[in-house]
Design a protein around this ligand. Structure first.
Ligand code: EPU
Length: 458
């Protein structure tokens, strides 16, 4: 281990300062074993669910990432006692939930989008909620209209001010009939977390059904909720008077697993991802195989590797579950720069999730982004007005470069590109990666990456 890494580790919660920069000597396959823990996109929501209980909840396999810290801080400013009883095990006691001050909530909300999910639980517990301006990755507009419309349908009064959004529920919250224009993950979670304690039944049409949502429903059922998932994206929630706590092990992070899989492919490497399960990754595994990647599914994880034969181009369209996740396309695109031929990736979930490819082009990739997508044989069904397409011609040799992390998944892609490229690259703004990738520095080390990491305390 180099001394810079040691210094960085001493600092404790490393990789969290936006000035953190990693210097990578690339061109070496990533090889070894790493473990993925609970999903960022489940653990954070499960923590919010704990607010709804009348007794303590315990969540296991919680990743040590900054989005979890944001939610923990927000729970604590609202009076929830959060204790880490063992590494990755959080106990949350919500028996004394209290009103927090605007400024305090604002200070702790950070750049996360999770605070909006506090609305329903706080309205139930306190009759009022405040949501500051939301952050999250800059991958599109990311409006919250579905959330606010749903909360209004439950009977909440929404007041927008320059500081954020203030919500009250003068007559309590009542079950509602809601239909989303699009199956939004966050808005579905909003409805679940609000409907479980609302008076009467809620019917949600065009709901998201991602595995993380199913895991959240499982948690709510453990707490005493009555939720049925019906055919055709309909979810029925019968409100109950009270919920208890839960004991749950978070679903593994399939986005992190897919990211390491793409890293193995792009660097001609071999990575065993402990904790990865087949079912939640089925769509990814099909594309990985079509692109020429190999995998072995074991009971305790999945081995992803480059088989030594040329990679093949693929056509991919991101979509809601069970489609190919938008979060998977960015790391995969780096691997596709090494495939023999033309790949096309259509992004249909966010309107600005291909901007990260600019830096890959500077590194030698041949990628052209079509702002309004492409017609013709590349498409199955046009999904949305906002779609864009990336056309990737390969194989191209990647050159070392100095790159700056733009967003979580784009940032991981830059890491992969730098690891695949011959020569020395720097990747700055590593702190963003710590929002969703646990112990990234340790994991790179475990996989034999050649790098130095400089933590610049400010
Ligand atoms: N949308 C609206 N109005 C809304 C909400 C969503 O128009 O009120 C639109 C969005 O603009 C977007 C689409 O609906 O075009 C899908 O957004 P969704 O609400 O499903 O996304 P999200 O809940 O904000 C979560 C994950 C994302 C992941 C998406 C899609 C979390 C914290 N984030 O976002 O994860 O890409 O679902 O699966 O769960 C990541 O982990 O890097 C990440 C961005």
């Amino acid at each position: 281990m180099n001394s810079l890494v040691k210094d960085a580790k001493k600092a404790g919660e490393r990789v969290g300062l936006i000035s953190d920069t990693i210097t990578i000597h690339g061109g070496k396959p990533l090889q070894g074993r790493i473990r993925v823990r609970g999903a960022k996109n489940l653990a954070t929501k499960a923590m919010v669910a704990a607010l709804l209980g009348s007794s303590t909840s315990t969540l296991r396999d919680v990743p040590n990432i900054s989005d979890v810290k944001v939610v923990r801080d927000l729970l604590e400013v609202h009076g929830v006692i959060v204790t880490e009883t063992a590494p990755g095990v959080l106990e949350m006691d919500p028996r004394n939930v209290l009103q927090a001050h605007f400024a305090e909530i604002d200070a702790h909300a950070g750049s996360s989008r999770i605070p909006i999910l506090f609305c329903g639980p706080l309205l139930h517990k306190l009759g009022e909620a405040f949501i500051p301006d939301l952050g999250g990755c800059r991958i599109g507009n990311r409006p919250i209209n579905f959330h606010l419309d749903a909360l209004r349908a439950f009977g909440a009064v929404v007041d927008k001010s320059y500081e954020g959004i203030h919500l009250t529920a003068p007559d309590g919250l009542k079950g509602a009939n809601i239909e989303f224009p699009y199956p939004s993950v966050g808005a579905t979670e909003q409805v679940l977390l609000t409907a479980v304690l609302a008076k009467g039944t809620t019917e949600l049409k065009n709901a998201a059904i991602e595995p993380e949502i199913m895991d959240l429903i499982a948690i709510l059922q453990k707490m005493g909720a009555i939720i049925s998932v019906e055919p055709n994206r309909v979810i029925l929630i019968e409100g109950v008077e009270e919920l208890g706590g839960y004991l749950h092990t978070a679903l593994f992070d399939r986005n992190e697993a897919a990211s390491w899989a793409s890293a193995a492919l792009a660097t001609r490497g071999d990575i065993f991802v402990e904790g990865a399960h087949q079912i939640e990754l089925m769509t990814f595994l099909n594309v990985f195989r079509k692109a020429g990647g190999a995998f072995d599914i074991e009971d305790d994880g999945i081995r992803f590797y480059h088989p030594g034969t040329p990679l093949k181009p693929v056509n991919v369209e991101t979509d809601v579950h069970p489609g190919f996740m938008t979060d998977w396309q960015q790391p995969l695109i780096v691997a596709l720069t090494q495939a023999e031929g033309r790949s096309v990736v259509h992004e249909t979930v966010y309107e600005n999730r291909l901007g990260f490819t600019k830096a890959l082009v500077e590194m030698g990739a041949d990628i052209v982004v079509h702002e309004h997508g492409l017609d013709g044989d590349y498409r199955r069904v046009p999904r949305r007005d906002l779609e864009q397409a990336a056309v990737i011609e390969g194989p191209t040799e990647l050159r070392a470069a100095d790159v700056h992390v733009p967003d979580l998944r784009g940032g991981f892609s830059y890491l992969i590109a730098a690891l695949a490229a011959e020569g020395t690259s720097t990747v700055s703004n590593m702190g963003i990666i710590s929002r969703g990738y646990e112990h990234i520095i340790d994991k790179l080390e475990q996989l034999g990456a050649d790098f130095t990491f400089e933590a610049q305390d400010r």
